[in-house]
Design a protein around this ligand. Structure first.
Ligand SMILES: [Zn+2]
Length: 283
C-alpha cells in the first residue's frame, strides 16, 4: 500500500513538473506567430527547424476585417514571438493591443522599420511586403528579432538570412528583367495593393477601389474611359476580393479577369507568378 502511494505521488509530481514547463521547452522550438501569410515564408526560411510558425489571418480570409477565432487566441498564449507587418494593416490596427493583453510576455517584432513608406501621414499604404526590396529589409528586422529571442541559435539564423536575402536578390533581378522590355506600364487592379511593387519596377496600378472605398458610378466611368484609351485588356482581382465591380468594369471594356494574390504564403513563387502575369499584359 505504501509503495503504491509512493508511485502515485511520484507520477503526480512528474506530471506537475511537465505542466510547469512552457510548452516550447518540450519541443525546443521557438514559437512564432505572424499576422499575414507572406511572413510565414520569411520565418520558415530564417528559422528553419528551430521555429514553428502560426498565422493569424488564414488563407482566403479578408485581411481588412478578419477577427481571430477563440482557438487562435488561446494558442497565442503559447507564442514566444509575434511578428507584425508594422504598417496600418487593419487587422494589426484593430487587434494588436488585444493580442498583447492576451500574451503580455511575447516578444513583438516590427517588420517595417527602414522602409520608405508610400502615402501621407493619415493614409499610409500598408502593403509593404509586396516589394522584394522591402522584403529584404523586413527579413533583416525579423532576423534581428529572432536572434534577440533565441540568441543560442544566432549563427543559424544569420546564415539562413544570408541565403534567403540572396534568393530575394535573384527574385528582384528576375522581375526587373521581365519588365525591362515592357511597352506599357499601366494595369488595372480591384484592390490597389501593389504600389510598392510598381514603384520598384516603374509600373502604374490603376485601382478600381477608390481611397479604400467602392468606386462611385462617376469613378467607374472615368476608369472605363482610361482603360479604353490605354487599351487595357485584363482586370486583376485578388482571391479575397468581392469581384463584382471588377466584372462590371471588365464587361464594359471587354477585358479578361485574372487573379493575383497579395497574401500568398509562398512569397517568392507567388511574386514570380504575379510578375509573369502582369508583364504579359504590358508587352
Ligand atoms: Zn489590402
Amino acid at each position: 500500500m505504501r509503495h503504491f502511494q509512493y508511485i502515485i505521488i511520484t507520477v503526480y509530481l512528474l506530471i506537475s513538473l511537465f505542466r510547469c514547463q512552457p510548452a516550447n521547452s518540450l519541443t525546443d522550438k521557438l514559437r512564432v506567430t505572424v499576422s499575414i501569410l507572406p511572413l510565414t515564408e520569411f520565418i520558415r526560411e530564417i528559422g528553419g527547424e528551430k521555429v514553428t510558425v502560426d498565422v493569424m489571418i488564414p488563407p482566403g480570409a479578408f485581411p481588412h476585417s478578419y477577427e481571430p477565432k477563440p482557438a487562435q487566441l488561446r494558442q497565442l498564449k503559447n507564442t514566444d514571438v509575434f511578428v507584425k507587418v508594422g504598417t496600418p494593416v487593419e487587422f494589426e490596427v484593430n487587434w494588436m493591443d488585444k493580442l498583447i493583453q492576451i500574451n503580455p510576455h511575447m516578444q513583438i517584432i516590427d517588420a517595417s522599420p527602414g522602409i520608405d513608406l508610400i502615402g501621407s501621414e493619415d493614409h499610409i499604404d500598408p502593403h509593404i511586403w509586396l516589394s522584394p526590396k522591402n522584403a529584404k529589409i523586413m527579413v533583416q528586422s525579423i532576423t534581428r528579432g529572432l536572434i534577440l529571442a533565441d540568441s543560442v541559435n544566432s549563427h543559424f539564423y544569420q546564415n539562413n538570412q544570408e541565403n534567403y536575402l540572396d534568393k530575394l536578390d535573384q527574385l528582384d533581378n528576375q522581375i526587373s528583367a521581365l519588365f525591362a522590355h515592357k511597352t506599357k506600364s499601366d494595369f488595372i487592379v480591384l484592390h490597389p495593393s501593389w504600389s510598392y511593387f510598381t514603384r520598384d519596377y516603374g509600373l502604374n496600378q490603376i485601382g478600381i477601389e477608390h481611397e479604400g472605398k467602392e468606386p462611385s458610378a462617376r469613378h467607374l466611368q472615368l476608369l472605363i474611359d482610361e482603360a479604353n484609351q490605354k487599351e487595357i485588356a485584363v482586370v486583376f482581382i485578388a482571391p479575397q476580393d468581392n469581384p463584382k465591380n471588377a466584372f462590371t468594369l471588365a464587361n464594359e471594356i471587354s477585358a479578361n479577369i485574372q487573379t493575383i494574390d497579395p497574401l500568398d504564403g509562398n512569397y517568392i513563387a507567388n511574386l514570380t507568378h504575379v510578375a509573369q502575369l502582369v508583364s504579359e499584359t504590358l508587352k
